[in-house]
Design a protein around this ligand. Structure first.
Ligand code: ADP
Length: 276
């Protein structure tokens, strides 16, 4: 488990987190959502020990993340949004160079994922599109056998079919020992995949809840009239998308964009509802 306790962090002139508490448990694909610049990437860097908390503690299975001990590092892989790739290398050679650090790497899984993502493992990076490069890196990240996989904006640069392929391989890769954290501002791309959902804002955590909890507190009404009491209402061609307080326990399907907007428009009210 990743545990973040009373975390304060800031860059020189930019405070990023003030006293935040979060935990990421095994067996879930977490969505780490938030507008640009709220600190999603920074949080991932702190978890893998590339940035150090100003105060507070961040641990992974009891290891202090900022110590970057080898026993911790072999169990976590962080895929940044942008990676400088050796142009003349290939995905197979790239992953081969990582393998000594990741004893549970599975070549069969790597090849299978590359096949599913329709990228050739022996093709040079310079002969690939940006999306193909990104997919190769995702296949590397998911085949190294780490229990923790942090993916920063993994859908950036992927076309629509590739986003679906990504969701499919992520779902297949999941097991009870794995924690995947996907950071993204493109919330629609990860709909139906992520659970729990964490929404960050400047300095703070706006939402940290499972989909079950969200739908027990909020009701998503599709195609209704505009409702003044809605936490968020958006006019769409077939009627309004309303996010309402769930007063009678009726089930509904989360619309992640509407949820995101409801949380941004009513941070205090949503926080109260989630804590009830
Ligand atoms: P996000 O991933 O949510 O877009 P970031 O974690 O990249 O946000 O950035 C959080 C804030 O910290 C932003 O205001 C950004 O400008 C600032 N920031 C990020 N990296 C650095 C850095 N290396 N030095 C100074 N400020 C930074």
């Amino acid at each position: 488990m990743i545990e973040i306790k009373n975390l304060d962090f800031g860059y020189k002139n930019t405070p990023v987190f003030k006293n935040i508490n979060l935990s990421f448990k095994e067996g879930s694909i977490y969505g780490l959502l938030g507008e640009n610049g709220v600190g999603k990437t920074t949080l991932l860097k702190i978890i893998c020990g590339l940035q150090h908390p100003t105060t507070g503690t961040v641990t992974l299975d009891g290891f202090k993340c900022s110590d970057r001990e080898p026993d911790m590092l072999k169990n976590i892989f962080f895929l940044p949004d942008e990676v400088q790739l050796p142009e003349s290398s290939t995905p197979q050679r790239y992953v081969d160079e990582l393998v000594p650090f990741y004893p549970r790497f599975a070549q069969g899984t790597f090849l299978h994922m590359m096949q599913e993502l329709e990228v050739e493992p022996g093709r040079r990076f310079r002969e690939m599109s940006f999306g193909q490069q990104k997919k190769s890196l995702i296949a590397c990240a998911l085949s190294l056998g780490t229990n923790y996989v942090l993916l920063d904006e993994p859908t950036n640069g992927l076309d629509i079919p590739s986003k679906a392929q990504l969701r499919s391989i992520l779902s297949k890769r999941m097991d009870d020992n794995t924690t995947i954290i996907i950071s993204t501002h493109q919330v629609k791309d990860v709909e139906n995949l992520i659970d729990p959902i964490v929404i960050l804002t400047h300095n703070d955590v706006l939402l940290d809840a499972s989909v079950e909890k969200i739908t027990s507190r909020l009701f998503f009404e599709y195609g209704g009239p505009s409702r003044p009491e809605a936490l968020y209402s958006e006019q769409l061609p077939g009627g309004c998308m309303n996010v309402l307080v769930n007063t009678d326990g009726e089930e509904s399907k989360v619309n992640i964009e509407a949820l995101f907007n409801a949380v941004l428009h009513n941070p205090k009210r949503v926080k109260e509802l989630m804590n009830e």
